[in-house]
Design a protein. Structure first.
Length: 149
């Protein structure tokens, strides 16, 4: 069974390394990229975009990822590729900014003072979609005309 790590909020499975090294051994960028199924240049780009990702660098710029770096890279991969975060959103989620804070348990839930608006009828929805479609076709036509110029 793969190891599970919790970097951020959701538990994630650590990548499987089948190289005979100890689980806490340093890994090269190639080993990490292969285990995660991403290219090496993607990991280098993530190092630029996520200031908290700082693998060890040795002579000649060789990168060595510690287990905590691998856990962070795994979490970044999950946020970007599985949960659909943007780079900015993933950076905020990892730094703890922009994440919704839970209300205190003792505070009562706020009560709505106005009733929810009723759902529009099906023909109203269809009419609105048709209007939107005509508008989008108009925008597409104007963009195509601008590109031809």
């Amino acid at each position: 069974m793969p190891a599970v790590d919790t970097v951020g909020s959701a538990p994630i499975a650590a990548p499987a390394f089948e190289d005979g090294k100890e689980p806490d051994a340093l890994r090269t960028i190639g080993e990490v990229a292969k285990a995660l199924g991403v290219k090496q240049h993607v990991l280098r780009y993530w190092e630029e975009q996520f200031p908290m990702l700082k693998p060890l660098t040795r002579a000649g710029g060789r990168r060595y990822y510690r287990p905590e770096d691998i856990a962070l890279v795994t979490r970044i991969d999950q946020l970007l590729h599985r949960e659909g975060y943007t780079i900015r959103g993933a950076r905020q989620a990892l730094s703890g900014k922009g994440t919704p804070k839970a209300a205190p348990a003792s505070a009562p839930a706020p009560q709505a003072t106005t009733p929810a608006a009723p759902m529009p009828a099906e023909d109203e929805i269809i009419a609105a979609i048709r209007i939107l479609r005509r508008h989008l076709e108009s925008v597409r036509g104007r963009l195509a005309g601008a590109l031809e110029e």
